[in-house]
Design a protein around this ligand. Structure first.
Ligand code: GLN
Length: 390
């Protein structure tokens, strides 16, 4: 029989999504793959009912419906502080997953080098391999997940075409400070590289931290490919609606890539979500408050359990340091947690390039009662001696 392509040997299936299947198998509370167990705003679900009746049900313009792009430009101006031309500076994609892949394909040629901070959201490595680019990893060093400036400069010096920046950061919960971003911006300018951002957690930031959109830094719009999605902002991860915002010369390329990858994001969903894009600013404030209180509840629970973790500044993940249990495989630990404790987590090693395996990633995008139940279950952790033998 013919042999399938060997590119695929370079990465495994997604561990995050595998953990969801494992949670389903054992009936575990899924704190692994990050998605909410609460409903989207009713404005959006009501609008979906109407769209079912009235359409559209056929293709939209490949780079996104005109109404969607117009409303998105208005919403993003409020947050990014940038005037975005909806006709020339936006492509609507199937989630930020497609946005990131299309951005790399647009910016890079096979063989180009791309900086990825490690730990990293696992898609980026697969994206790099599928696009034929070479990842240059720069460590975000635990326990504070800061990068070393000289290490970053040395990476740029190797002649990189782009840097991938996930901010607020998955999996660490770090929110890059303004001076860190400015340092990256200066290097991007000096070495003439693109910056491809993944900002899907832009609206989940904890006090007192602030999110700075990379594209809003002085002079950076011209070299930034901003990717984001509506998944987390409106609790609609299954709708697969994302977008790229970039200057026209980049968008012209990204439109072509997107057109041949997917033709377009689902037309009925683009229409239904307009009700979300129309929501007042108070919606985003309430969302922040809701996540702030979930974070407080969850971290207080982890404190009570005596678990050590990095305090998330944004996004909805927490990296919990499990070294005290002395296991050898964090992957086996996560299978065990799902099976015996009934809580799903992602093995930290799946995010790190370096040999780091003392973390698990938990997320708290869940109803209060779900989080409380998960914390109750985690109480058993120290009661089962078997955990020390994994
Ligand atoms: N971003 C979420 C996570 O890291 C969900 C990712 C996904 O599976 N698309 O868990």
């Amino acid at each position: 029989m013919p042999v399938i392509g060997n590119k695929l040997d370079g990465f495994t299936e997604s561990i995050i999504r595998k953990m969801t299947r494992i949670c389903n198998q054992y009936g575990a509370i899924n704190l692994s793959q990050g998605f909410p167990d609460f409903d989207p705003p009713k404005e959006i679900t009501n609008s979906l009912k109407l769209v079912a009746k009235e359409g559209p049900h056929q293709y939209e313009i490949t780079w996104g419906s005109a109404e969607f792009r117009k409303k998105l430009a208005v919403k993003q101006k409020n947050f990014m502080g940038l005037d975005i031309d909806p006709d020339n500076e936006i492509v609507v994609t199937c989630g930020s997953t497609e946005a990131m892949m299309a951005a790399i394909m647009t910016a890079c040629n096979p063989g180009d080098k791309v900086i990825i901070f490690s730990p990293f959201y696992e898609n980026y490595m697969a994206d790099a391999i599928l696009c034929g680019v070479e990842p240059i990893y720069v460590a975000l060093r635990p326990p504070c997940f800061n990068f070393d400036k000289e290490e970053l400069r040395a990476a740029f010096k190797q002649g990189v075409k782009a840097l991938i920046l996930c901010n607020p950061n998955n999996p660490t919960g770090k929110v890059f400070a303004y001076d860190e971003l400015k340092f990256i911006a200066d290097l991007a300018e000096e070495y003439d590289a693109f910056v491809i951002t993944d900002e899907v957690y832009e609206h989940i930031i904890f006090r007192p931290y602030k999110h700075t959109y990379f594209a809003s830094l002085p002079g950076m719009f011209d070299r930034t490919i901003s990717c984001s999605s509506l998944s987390k902002t409106y609790s609609i991860t299954g709708w697969r609606l994302g977008y790229i915002i970039a200057p026209r010369y980049i968008i012209e390329g990204a439109r072509k890539v997107h057109d041949f990858l997917t033709v377009g994001a689902a037309a009925p969903l683009q229409k239904a979500v307009l009700a979300g894009l129309d929501l007042p600013l108070s919606y985003y404030e309430t969302l922040q408050e809701q996540y702030q209180s979930k974070r407080e509840l969850f971290l207080a629970g982890l404190d009570e359990l005596g678990l050590k973790y990095y305090e998330p500044q944004g996004a909805y993940f927490v990296m919990v340091d499990m070294s005290e249990f002395g296991f050898t495989s964090d992957e086996n630990l996560c299978y065990w947690l799902a099976r015996e404790i009934g809580v799903g987590a992602v093995p930290g090693s799946s995010f790190f390039r370096e040999p780091v395996n003392n973390y698990i990633r938990l997320h708290f995008a869940k109803k209060e009662e779900t989080l409380k139940e998960a914390l109750n279950r985690l109480e058993k952790l120290r009661e089962i001696p078997e955990v020390y033998a994994i």
